[in-house]
Write a protein that binds this ligand. Structure first.
Ligand code: F6P
Length: 343
């Protein structure tokens, strides 16, 4: 029997439901199936830089499948970004030293685009790394879906369902601003699932005239209210939040009363959906498997419903964005949903 493999896990970037399911999937596969040792770095890359970690024994992995957030904590630390308040700390050097001092065979980095970019750079230091794509934004290139996305869509959809009743009671245009950074996936999926009448995405250039015309048409057709789903990444004038800007335009140009709900961090909170629990567990388990096989420098991914891997070097600097001809966009349009670009 060779030396027991020792792997280090870290969770970085914005948190989301499913992170603990992924940690559990890695740990149970690595420890139980492959007899490995697992440690978890505290607060993402910060823990790796300053050697702050916990031993992840099986008992630490019990009862966390349904837990939101991350038992390890997270941060948005960028070890390869030089900042003056770092003094003469050489973070990449510290990472390399700590990796070897701790006798690690591989580092698993769970995160979004920024995390994968840093993971690729750590691989270039000559260290073994595997990435797991996580974010509510679903904008990581190379995979069809990230875990966290389904939970955010479920939360946003439930919120939209609730907005229908109050919009109807007051005959208002209710604007809901959802997260997604520069991608419109949450707005598109929750907009379709929640029956949005207008869905504004960063990827489809909208104009206020189209939005207002759609609102007026609906009221002319005796549609008592409208639901407007706005992705936070759409272009709006400086000093405006997307939701507030759209709501103000609607009221100013159509006379229809409007109200704004900014869903914010609710989309990142609470227990993961069943789908996210399964996806996170599969990603975590698969990451442990490829490490057991001695494969590194890869991000696990889901493509056409099949688990696969993509080289971390290929992921860097790319985004998975909504295409104008995405099947959901085309279907929504055919059913009368406006993307604010008709005029
Ligand atoms: O990347 C996830 C995300 O929630 C984005 O949708 C959002 O724009 C961003 O994080 C918020 O960042 P922070 O948690 O640093 O406020």
């Amino acid at each position: 029997m060779g030396k027991k493999k020792r792997i280090g896990i870290l969770t970085a970037g914005g948190d989301c439901p499913g992170l603990n399911a992924a940690i559990r999937g890695i740990g149970k596969t690595a420890i139980v199936e492959h007899g490995m040792e697992v440690i978890g770095f505290v607060s993402g890359y910060t823990g790796l830089i300053y050697k702050e970690y916990v031993q992840l024994e099986p008992d630490k992995l019990s009862g966390i499948l349904t837990l939101g957030g991350t038992i390890l904590g997270t941060s948005r630390e960028k070890p390869f970004k030089i900042s003056q308040n770092d003094g003469n700390i050489n973070k990449p050097e510290l990472i390399k030293e700590n990796y070897h001092e701790l006798g690690l065979d591989c580092l698993i980095c769970i995160g979004g685009n920024g995390t994968m970019k840093t993971a690729a750079k750590i691989g270039e230091l000559g260290l073994n790394v595997v990435g797991i794509p996580k974010t509510i934004d679903n904008d990581v290139w190379g995979t069809d879906v990230t875990f966290g996305f389904d939970s955010a869509v479920a939360i946003a959809t439930e919120a939209i369902d609730r907005l229908h009743t109050t919009a109807n009671s007051h005959q208002r245009a209710m604007v809901i601003e959802v997260m997604g950074h520069d991608a419109g996936w949450i707005a598109l999926y929750a907009g379709m699932a929640g029956g949005g009448d207008i869905i504004l995405l960063p990827e489809i250039e909208y104009n206020v005239r189209s939005v207002c015309k759609k609102i007026e048409e609906r009221f002319e057709n005796k549609k008592a209210y409208s639901i407007v789903v706005v992705a936070e990444g759409i272009k709006v004038p400086k000093d405006y939040s997307p939701g507030n800007y759209i709501a103000e335009c609607i009221t100013e140009y159509t006379g229809v009363e409007s109200r704004v709900t900014k869903l914010g961090y609710l989309q990142r909170g609470g227990s993961p959906t069943a789908a996210d629990r399964i996806l996170a567990t599969r990603y975590g388990s698969y990451a442990a498997e490829i490490i057991a096989n001695g494969d590194y420098g890869l991000m696990v991914a889901m493509q056409n419903n099949k688990l696969t891997t993509v080289p971390l070097s290929e992921v860097e600097g790319k985004l998975n964005l909504v295409a104008e001809d995405d099947p959901l966009v085309l279907k929504c349009r055919n059913m009368g949903v406006s993307f604010g670009d008709e005029y």
